[in-house]
Design a protein around this ligand. Structure first.
Ligand code: IPD
Ligand code: CA
Ligand code: CA
Length: 258
């Protein structure tokens, strides 16, 4: 596969999809509940995923697609090319704010991240990382964030860890410059990628939430592991630490107690 050609095609398709989505926003959303009242899906999540699956299959003969809403394929191993899709990341933000959500796509080959897309739809900012070519926002190359320690920056966390408020979490939070939670992996991982925060903790991510950010991590000298210390698992749920190298080390030491 020609990676740069794939990128050119896919990035223009994503921008078109984002344009159409913004146009469709005034229409009334059809909202359904999945596992509980906080776990929602809309007609737009489904339409965007169907669109992307069809696009990847038509243009890149995609055979393995790990996606959230069930229009992808069954993927049992990571051999060959594997795509991930989160059609609307931050669905609760999408429904309640019509903002602070994203479209997430990535491509892996034999477990190695090749392409990562984090698309902030409302600002029309398309962040992408290409294996060995660097990371960009709308064509402008991103620099690796400063390698700041935990004490020198903000900590981003998913709200489950904040609500649980374990002693270990509160102690770690105390050491930082403050805690933030944005309700979408899109905004949360971009905070680390842009150097606005030093670490992101999430105790329940699916592959489609984080797979794109891992491609950025490799290009920008950031670290993303499971809280257990193991490498990220693209086939299952992960509790993750995504951070600067200096902030990652102390978090890894306490992660099992969070
Ligand atoms: C969720 C959001 C949320 C994060 C969860 C994700 P969804 O994605 O990114 O911020 O804490 O882990 O599942 O369900 O809105 O696509
Ligand atoms: Ca989603
Ligand atoms: Ca998500």
């Amino acid at each position: 596969m020609d990676l740069l050609r794939t990128h050119l095609l896919l990035s223009s398709h994503l921008l078109k999809l984002g344009h159409d989505l913004r146009q469709a926003l005034p229409s009334k959303l059809q909202i359904e509940t999945k596992q509980n009242r906080l776990d929602l899906v809309t007609n737009i999540d489904k339409t965007v995923e169907q669109n992307l699956v069809a696009y990847l299959q038509k243009h890149f003969a995609a055979e393995k697609i790990i996606s959230e809403e069930g229009y992808g394929t069954t993927v049992e191993d990571l051999s060959g090319y594997v795509w991930t899709i989160d059609p609307i990341d931050g669905t609760m933000n999408f429904i309640t704010q019509k903002n602070s959500f994203g479209i997430l796509v990535s491509l892996y080959k034999d477990g190695c991240g090749l392409l990562g897309y984090i698309y902030e739809v409302m600002t029309d900012r398309l962040y992408y990382a290409i294996h060995n070519y660097g990371a960009y926002c709308n064509g402008h190359q991103l620099q690796a964030p400063a390698n700041l320690a935990l004490t020198k920056g903000l900590l981003i966390s998913d709200e489950r860890l904040i609500k649980k408020a374990s002693p270990a979490f509160l102690k770690v939070a105390e050491e930082t410059l403050g805690i933030r939670s944005y309700g979408s992996a899109t905004c949360e991982t971009l905070s680390i990628i842009k150097g606005e925060a030093v670490a992101y903790l999430n105790c329940s991510t699916q592959p489609w939430d984080i797979a794109p950010a891992l491609v950025f991590a490799a290009e920008l000298d950031l670290v993303c592991t499971q809280m257990s210390g193991q490498a990220f698992n693209l086939l299952g749920e992960n509790k993750i630490i995504f951070a600067t190298p200096k902030a990652h080390t102390p978090l890894q030491e306490v992660a099992l107690y969070l």
